[in-house]
Design a protein around this ligand. Structure first.
Ligand SMILES: Cc1cc2nc3c(=O)[nH]c(=O)nc-3n(C[C@H](O)[C@H](O)[C@H](O)COP(=O)(O)OP(=O)(O)OC[C@H]3O[C@@H](n4cnc5c(N)ncnc54)[C@H](O)[C@@H]3O)c2cc1C
Length: 435
């Protein structure tokens, strides 16, 4: 094991892991920093939730802390030449069924921002963007939040670019599946063992494996006998379906300048926020479904938890009929009957790690020294890509502001998920049986 000088081994090359590597190498250009991921960073297909055509980048948050952090990240997307090419400021059109709009507007004011952000009556909003969202479902809507400063990020492209930049700056990238964490006899994490049996060592091991985090910790608990490593009820892995339709050239023209759309729901409606993003340059329009589902399975004899399917690609492209139907229903919430003949080109199940509060976990692990967790994007982590690693570095060095250290702690009191519309709402097997 490496000794003396600190060294860093980051497991997982999604936005949590790559941002950490980037911030660490910028701060410590001579440090030994290694990322290990089961997929090559430039592979044609990856399981990372962060690897996607596009993701919403917005600072429209009810939680003031995430509002502030999202503004910090968005300012970097807009001003730093490394990040600029990946941000598209198209605006956000958010159908609100609660006081969401006013809360967000107040946060922006209190944070001293002069962003172009308004709450409009539904009838007025429907006329915007040439009536593009006139066929959307406005049942129960109170008003529409229009924030012209928000937009979307080219997620997969930015992930490759920042990984490449980190490698140029000195980060090592190892393509290997990690089987379990390694420990010395005194509960210090010393590295990882790969599925091929190789051992990678470092003084600091940062687990950023997204939806696979509870499984990796469970395997490590079983292998080491340190049961305190298990995530328990802290982290729940779950999937959600996305769909893409190919627009005709005429439709593409009509949708070209659209904003990101959000259907905002409350716990009463039993749906998460459902979003639709502007078309890609090839005219493919993406949106996601309303089912966020766990996949409870035995990951080791006698040990069951929610985990992505046990194949190298999480079966992410094999989307069963009922989940495709979820995509049809979500499409209708936006575009109504006029979208019935759209040609679907892609369906994907994307897996992420969730906490009941949707707070990240960026924290030392209490069951082992030298072990840190940076995960739980909870379906909203991508937009923080430019700043996540800054906060992970602060956490490792014990310099995280107390409000963040408490919010993102491994061990903290967590309310149940009843008020969190973004928390997993079904079990995949049950959904598939309801055909
Ligand atoms: C459908 C969908 C839409 C979303 N939309 C948005 C959005 O619009 N805006 C937004 O801000 N956020 C959005 N999110 C959330 C965001 O994508 C995630 O929160 C974020 O990408 C999680 O990043 P991560 O680094 O934790 O995990 P990931 O990106 O999943 O990365 C984890 C990495 O760990 C690797 N790994 C796992 N296990 C192992 C192992 N055993 N050995 C080696 N490597 C391993 C994987 O290969 C992967 O590369 C969305 C998520 C989904 C699923």
């Amino acid at each position: 094991m490496a000794s003396g000088k600190p060294s860093y081994l980051i497991v997982g090359a999604g936005v949590f892991g790559v941002s950490t590597a980037y911030h660490l190498i910028r701060k410590y250009p001579d440090a030994s920093i290694t990322i290990v991921d089961r997929d090559a960073y430039d592979a044609d297909s990856r399981v990372a939730a962060s690897w996607d055509w596009n993701k919403v980048v917005r600072a429209d948050y009810e939680d003031k802390i995430y509002c502030r952090l999202a503004l910090e990240a968005q300012d970097i997307f807009e001003s730093d030449p490394l990040w600029q090419p990946y941000f598209h400021r198209t605006g956000v059109y958010w159908i609100c069924r609660s006081d969401y709009a006013q809360t967000v507007i107040n946060h922006h004011k209190e944070l001293g921002r002069g962003d172009d952000i308004v709450a409009l009556p539904v009838a007025e909003a429907r006329k915007l963007y040439d009536g593009l969202f006139d066929n959307a479902d406005y049942t129960g809507a109170k008003e529409v939040l229009v924030n012209k400063s928000s937009g979307w990020g080219a997620a997969g492209d930015s992930l490759v670019a920042i990984t490449k930049k980190s490698i140029e700056l000195g980060v090592k990238y190892v393509t290997a599946g990690v089987a379990a964490l390694e420990f010395d006899g005194r509960s210090r994490c010393t590295g990882v063992k790969t599925e091929k049996g190789d051992v990678l060592s470092a003084t600091h091991v940062i687990v950023a494996t997204g939806a696979f985090t509870p499984t990796l910790l469970e395997r490590s608990a079983a292998a080491s006998g340190n049961e305190g490593l298990s995530a328990g009820s802290r982290i729940l892995a779950a999937g959600i379906t996305t769909g893409m339709a190919q627009l005709t050239p005429e439709q593409h023209e009509k949708f070209r300048n659209m904003p990101v759309g959000f259907q905002g729901y409350t716990p009463n409606e039993g749906k998460p926020f459902i979003g639709t993003l502007p078309p890609t340059k090839d005219g493919e329009l993406k949106w996601w479904g309303s089912k966020i589902f766990t996949n409870t399975r035995e990951v080791l004899p006698g040990r069951s938890l929610s985990s992505p399917p046990p194949t190298s690609d999480y079966n992410q492209w094999k989307v069963p009929g009922p989940l495709k139907q979820d995509i049809v229903e979500a499409r209708n919430l936006w575009y109504g009957p006029t979208s019935a003949d759209w040609e679907m080109t892609k369906h994907r199940i994307c897996w992420d790690a969730f906490t009941t509060t949707s707070d990240f976990i960026i924290s030392p692990h209490s069951a082992a020294k030298g072990l840190y967790i940076a995960s739980c994007g909870s379906f909203h982590g991508y937009k923080f890509f430019p700043v996540l690693g800054k906060y992970v570095t602060q956490m490792i060095e014990g310099e995280l502001a107390p409000e963040l250290a408490e919010k993102w702690a491994w061990d903290r009191q967590r309310p149940d998920s009843s008020q969190n519309v973004e928390y997993p709402n079904s079990e995949m097997n049950h959904l598939l049986r309801k055909v």
